[in-house]
Design a protein around this ligand. Structure first.
Ligand SMILES: Nc1ncnc2c1ncn2[C@@H]1O[C@H](COP(=O)(O)OP(=O)(O)OP(=O)(O)O)[C@@H](O)[C@H]1O
Length: 332
């Protein structure tokens, strides 16, 4: 394991920011810390980096107890949402900086800088100043700088948070490819579930200072440990006493399935290849959202006012409505 966090607690005054955090991240893995704002993601990342001290618990990095080590002794690279690069230095100089202060031979620095600029696709901008780069290019520069000193662990705090949606998506794909090339153990903080699902090997869901679940994107989506994880990682609707995904609902135009709920289609919206139905179900206050393919909807001849019977599909992921248990950590 590259990073072992055990029993970490952190309070700010009376406020519990982290409560008994335990997580093991294997070497070479790309992990997302995902959760709503204020949940404690950045605090955990900063404790791993050594920028913040835990009240109790330990942090081990590559077998070394790092709990009391200052950040510069942990061999971690760090990139924040707002890029921290030297404005008066060229792109190449920025990347070289960490190596030069470590007094590495000139030829080595030159070769390393060329290699890193190639990796982050900034070779042609080597002699520009950061102000002459776009936001996305500056974030790639910040990553190249962090990678220059060959960190054991790369920690990214919402690295693309300040960028617009399109650039963000490009950088997200790029980060995944970069990680596949260099395999440095990477932990990144995001509150964007799509970003975490697309990029990460494993996701740690953090909410209210606690870990709700740890798992691969598929595990979290298909086997959410609780209502919170289910709702945070995808669309959820309620059918009777169950919460489930809108595409996990079977629609019939005749009663037949025992226990199915009768209702009336009050809205039908075509979105690309899907049809999204709103169904008012007898005895239930909130309408049910159902998603089905256009072909399926056409075969059922559904329209506004159609009478339907709804039931969970076989194998649907469901969570009981009333039970909102304090979850056990479900490990991958
Ligand atoms: N230095 C501090 N003093 C007091 N409270 C703090 C401090 N740093 C963080 N907190 C509180 O701890 C909680 C967790 O903060 P943290 O930054 O870790 O959340 P987060 O999950 O990263 O959220 P976001 O996505 O908004 O950055 C928040 O409620 C925050 O207000």
């Amino acid at each position: 394991m590259s990073i072992e966090v055990r029993g970490v607690d952190k309070r700010y005054g009376d406020f519990v920011a982290l409560d008994d955090i335990n997580v093991s991240l294997p070497t070479g893995q790309l992990t997302a810390l995902l959760g709503p704002s204020g949940g404690g993601k950045s605090t955990l990342l900063r404790i791993i980096a050594g920028l913040e001290t835990a009240d109790s618990g330990t942090v081990e990095i590559e077998g070394v107890n790092a709990t009391r080590l200052p950040p510069q002794k942990r061999n971690v690279g760090f990139v924040f949402q707002h890029y921290a690069v030297f404005k008066h230095m060229t792109v190449a100089k920025n990347v070289a900086f960490g190596l030069e202060i470590r007094k590495r031979p000139k030829a080595e620095v030159k070769a390393k800088v060329a290699e890193l600029l190639e990796l982050v696709h900034l070779s042609q901008f080597a002699h520009r100043l950061p102000a002459q780069l776009s936001g996305g290019q500056r974030q790639r520069l910040a990553l190249a700088r962090a990678l220059a000193v060959e960190p054991t662990v790369l920690l990214l705090d919402e690295p693309f948070g300040a960028l617009d949606a399109k650039v963000r998506k490009e950088l997200r794909d790029w980060l995944r490819r970069l990680h596949d090339e260099v395999h440095v153990t990477t932990v990144f903080v995001t509150h964007d579930q799509e970003e975490a699902m697309e990029v990460a090997d494993e996701i740690v869901v953090i909410n209210d200072g606690r870990i709700e679940q740890i798992g691969t994107p598929d595990q979290l989506y298909d086997e959410p440990a609780n209502d919170f994880v289910m709702g945070f990682l995808g669309e959820v609707t309620q059918l009777g006493s169950l919460r489930l995904r809108p595409h996990d609902i079977e629609v019939a135009v005749e009663p037949g399935v025992p226990g199915s709920s009768a209702g009336v289609v009050t809205r039908a919206l075509r979105v690309g290849f899907e049809v999204r139905l709103t169904v008012d179900v007898e005895g239930q206050a909130d309408p049910v959202l159902v998603v089905l393919s256009r072909t399926h909807a056409r075969a059922l001849d559904l329209e506004l006012g159609s009478r339907v019977w709804l039931s969970p599909t076989t194998g649907a992921t469901t969570v009981p409505v009333l039970a909102v248990p304090r979850p056990e950590v479900a490990s991958a």
